[in-house]
Design a protein around this ligand. Sequence first.
Ligand code: PGA
Length: 254
Amino acid sequence: MATPLVAGNWKMNPPTVAEAVALAQALREPLSAAEGVERVVCPPFVALTAVADALAGSPIALGAQNVHPEPKGAFTGEVAGAMLQGVCSHVIVGHSERRHGFGETDGFVSAKVLAVLGLGMTPVLCVGETLEERDAGEASAVVERQTAAGVAGVASDDLGRVVLAYEPVWAIGTGRAATPETAQEMLGGIRAHLGRLTDSATAAQVRLLYGGSVNAANAAELAALPDVDGALVGGASLDPDAFVAIAKAFAGRA
Ligand code: PGA
């Protein structure tokens, strides 16, 4: 079984680089002690190098929250993958806040996945349906479309390097996590779909995360699900005690 992975998506928090460093310092010791799980924190771009310094020599890896697919050029305000290389090992791609807030399409997200893989980093590809799509009975079709598009062009040998996070939009930041039944049903469906796109052995290598209102109280029941290999954590990742508790819940995964 693959090593579980717990990633903290700090989003546009904390408000200063100094506070980001303080959060990293608070996490460093207790999170380092939570062995048996890959641990990643994803601070805002401007805090990446300072947080990298604060975590240097620890087992805690660094991720970016976004990337532009092009290697360089006239893309005001954007950050290229090569700029992240050497600082980050992981990059969140296609988060719903980018798909829905910034109009990112399946094709654009796919180009980012390929750029990140091409630079030897790990994409954390996010998929998830809105409440309207779920209510319309389209949840599985939406995540299957996003999954297929997200890994389109990825060689099957590279697919095991992709981390896929199922984050239902209605569960993000709402305090209303998916039930364990829904999380397993959706992630099991995604694994089966990856198997149809490649083969079941390859699909078994892809780490599947659940994201959306994961907290210290619900992490253990999510970690017990067969197709949940980790968590992508927003709000609770800003609380060192909560994030460490979530990492420990997944570290204890059989
Ligand atoms: P949340 O965010 O844990 O605050 O719901 C998850 C995410 O957006 O990745």
